[in-house]
Design a protein around this ligand. Structure first.
Ligand code: ASP
Length: 323
């Protein structure tokens, strides 16, 4: 079977093309997955991943990412990483250089610096403007004036936040929107030998409490790859897939002998009771060991893309809605 790349459909074709080019030039599945992820992380128009991602409630962009090798089950991940636009590459370095899987916060940043990862201020003017609109909307009548805050430095905005008469947790509760956001990047690469690599990278849910970690860097929740059975990745409300172990659960169903369609459907149906109270959504992308692929979602209209090495452009597919 031709190698192929599967992504959630918010990933632009040009980003997928970078992975396809890499595979055509003989790159490994791991290199191709990292290439696609880095391209998405660099995209200024993508407010859900990497540079220009939407920030936490204090206006700081905190990134999560993971990468998993389906042959060895080697994995690396970073969480709540600030100041480094390519968390996927830092995650890969965690996998390759450390006897660990997941680094978070200050330790992740220290390691990123140690491996000379590119550093950059991640909050763009555009993302800051979206953040401030939200902040103003949810703090009306609380007696704090955020003024013409587009030009206001972040430190000043943060000191205004600390003078609000409500705790930060209440501000998060007001700002947070379960239906919003959520176009984390999932990429699954399958090479000609059937080897699978799965990479996930995100700025997480917008307006989160500082230090909140989503499912993207949690192996078994937002990412799983095992060449013997398949690979799975999730987008949507990470709190649901962490509690449910969604990616590993889907792979376990493939291991138990279910077809790809049954594994995807059963996994997401099983998650529905968790999603109902908040109407938060989840999308699961799945590839089995024979190279069949599919997408499943708790809502209508979700899509994903695939592109084979012999194809000029990606094909968009509709996820099966399991609601
Ligand atoms: N799954 C991500 C998270 O919970 C959000 C997303 O899909 O964009 O952080």
């Amino acid at each position: 079977m031709q190698p192929f790349i599967l992504v959630n459909s918010e990933v632009r074709d040009e980003c997928i093309a970078q992975g396809i080019d890499a595979l055509r030039r003989g790159a490994s599945a791991m290199d191709a997955a990292e290439r696609v992820a880095r391209a998405v992380e660099s995209d200024v128009n993508d407010h859900s991943v990497g540079f220009s991602g939407l920030p936490n409630i204090l206006g700081e962009v905190e990134l999560d990412a993971s990468i998993m090798d389906g042959y060895s089950l080697a994995s690396g991940a970073v969480a709540a990483l600030k100041g480094y636009p390519h968390p996927i590459s830092v995650a890969r370095q965690v996998m390759e250089r450390l006897p660990h899987v997941l680094l978070a916060g200050a330790g992740a940043a220290q390691f990123a610096q140690e491996v000379n990862a590119e550093s950059h201020d991640l909050l763009t003017d555009d993302a800051k403007a979206i953040y401030l609109r939200r902040l103003k909307a949810v703090t009306q009548n609380l007696g704090v004036d955020f003024g013409d805050s587009a030009s206001m430095p972040l430190t000043r905005i943060q000191s205004q936040i600390s003078s609000l008469p409500i705790p930060l947790s209440e501000l998060v509760r007001r700002a947070f929107e379960y239906r919003e956001g959520g176009d984390t990047m999932n990429v699954i690469v399958r090479d000609a030998t059937g080897h699978l690599v799965c990479a996930v990278t995100t700025s997480g849910v917008a307006w989160k409490y500082p230090g909140r970690v989503g499912d993207s860097p949690i192996i078994g929740a937002g990412n799983y790859a095992d060449d013997r059975y398949g690979a799975a990745a999730c987008t949507g409300m990470g709190e649901l897939t962490i509690r449910h172990g969604t990616s590993l659960r889907a792979i376990t169903m493939l291991q138990a002998g279910l077809s790809l369609a049954d594994a995807g459907r059963t996994t997401l149906r099983d998650l529905l009771p968790l999603s109902r109270p908040t109407h938060a959504w989840v999308r699961l992308l799945l590839v089995d060991r024979e190279g069949h692929s599919g997408g499943f979602a708790t809502h209508e209209g979700a899509t994903y893309k695939t592109q084979g090495l012999d194809e000029d452009r990606p094909t968009v597919h509709t996820c099966e809605a399991v609601a």
